[in-house]
Design a binder for this molecule. Structure first.
Ligand code: PMP
Length: 396
């Protein structure tokens, strides 16, 4: 073991007793390289982060430019910092008129924490509605609306006044009432096993929220920034939330998150008292500079369209014996296999052959397929072939 490997196992607080433990040397485009100089194709994009691949030239250039100007200068919301203000403007320009402001934070879970507080303050209500198998993050508020008991139980009690309903089930509609502050949901559940919401059901949830005066929060932390074939999944559904949370791919590889909502709703954070929701590092100038460059590139090169193309290729190449279903939209896909044993075997086989796959948090028979959208045809074809060979090898 070299020094970093020793320190990793001895001094880094780990999240499980079985980390993948690949020592990273560098990463470029759709590839990352181990210190043993093995090349891997990244087919999960650091969990929906590296939509532009690794070290995209537009991102690297923006970071270099910002590095020469300034790093942190002041807590969020006081100074006019060009990368932050212009990134907010660019995000607002691609949103419906009602989503005209962005509050920058540092991560996905922090965006959801802020969104829940915003909905409570705006409505003056406390009741929260969420869905089974959802995943919204691991801080207390986000965990309170995450729909999987095994992750919640060790931390009870969590936030009060939260109820869970089945995803895509009408039972939720009658529960949305004039005590409800918010309904929080992923329009396409990610960790739950890549489960798209039913378009008609989603419209009914929107109508019920509007009628009850409850905020509809869409968590597009995983599905945003072109991954699903629309810039944001809600745009494909034609259903606009009151509050949108974003992160992951937002920073082009840098850490950042955001809450997007209307000027009217965001007033709750300005008054009674002022400064009732603040952050030191939210919207760090480096993250905003790279996020701006990443979004600009995504728009100029129509990466959502590329996600559709990737979906077609994957569906065509992996509709084979042994694969029960390919689920999801665009390049946010899940390949359903027959058992956990098969999933482990296929993922392990692909890794040996230089292709990184993974599974989702709440499902162990589904393999996550989420390549960078900049992946070119040769690399994509090769990856699909490696997966198909691994499935056949298990099945023979
Ligand atoms: N919401 C969703 C839908 C996610 O997929 C995730 C991360 N997997 C989060 C929230 C939490 O984001 P973060 O890890 O940046 O806190």
């Amino acid at each position: 073991m070299n020094t970093s490997e020793k320190a990793f196992y001895r001094h880094l607080a780990l999240t499980s007793d079985a980390p993948m433990g690949i020592s990273i040397s560098h990463a470029e485009g759709p590839f990352f390289y181990s210190t043993e100089n093995k090349r891997y194709t990244d087919f999960i994009s650091g969990i929906a982060v590296s939509t532009l691949g690794h070290r995209h030239p537009a991102v690297v250039e923006a970071l270099r430019e910002q590095l020469d100007k300034h790093l942190h200068v002041m807590v969020y919301g006081e100074f006019i910092q060009k990368p932050q203000a212009e990134f907010a403007g660019l995000i607002a320009s691609v949103m419906p008129d009602s989503l005209d402001r962005v509050y920058f934070v540092n991560s996905g879970t922090e965006a959801n924490e802020g969104a829940l507080k915003l909905a409570k303050k705006h409505t003056g209500r406390t009741k929260l509605i969420a869905f089974r198998d959802s995943y919204h993050g691991d801080t207390h508020g986000s965990l309170s609306v995450t729909g999987r008991d095994v992750y919640r139980d060790p931390y009870l009690p969590l936030l009060p006044d939260v109820s869970f309903f089945d995803f895509n089930d009408d039972a939720v509609l009658s529960a949305i009432d004039n005590k409800t502050a918010a309904v929080i949901m992923e329009p396409i559940q990610g960790e739950g096993g890549i489960i798209p919401s039913d378009p008609e059901w989603l419209k009914s949830v929107r109508e019920a929220c509007t009628k009850a005066g409850a905020c509809l929060i869409f968590d597009e932390i995983q599905s945003g920034f072109g991954r699903t074939g629309d810039l944001f999944a809600f745009m494909g559904y034609g259903v606009t939330p009151d509050i949108l949370t974003i992160a992951k791919a937002m920073g082009g590889g840098m850490p950042i998150g955001g809450i997007v909502s209307s000027s009217q709703i965001f007033e709750s954070f300005m008054y009674n008292p002022p400064l009732n929701h603040v952050t030191t590092f939210g919207g760090h100038p480096m993250s905003c500079a790279s996020g701006y460059a990443a979004l600009k590139y995504t728009l100029e090169h129509n990466l959502p369209e590329r996600a559709h193309y990737i979906e077609k290729k994957i569906r065509a190449g992996l509709s084979i014996e042994g694969v029960s279903e390919i689920r999801g939209k665009g390049a946010m896909l899940g390949m359903v296999l027959e058992s956990f044993d098969m999933t482990k075997d296929v993922v392990g086989n692909c890794l040996e052959n230089g292709l990184l796959l993974g599974w989702t948090l709440h499902s162990n028979t589904l393999v996550r397929l989420a390549p960078p959208l900049i992946i070119d045809d040769d690399v994509l074809d090769e990856a699909i072939e490696i997966i198909a060979r691994a499935v056949r090898a298990y099945h023979k």
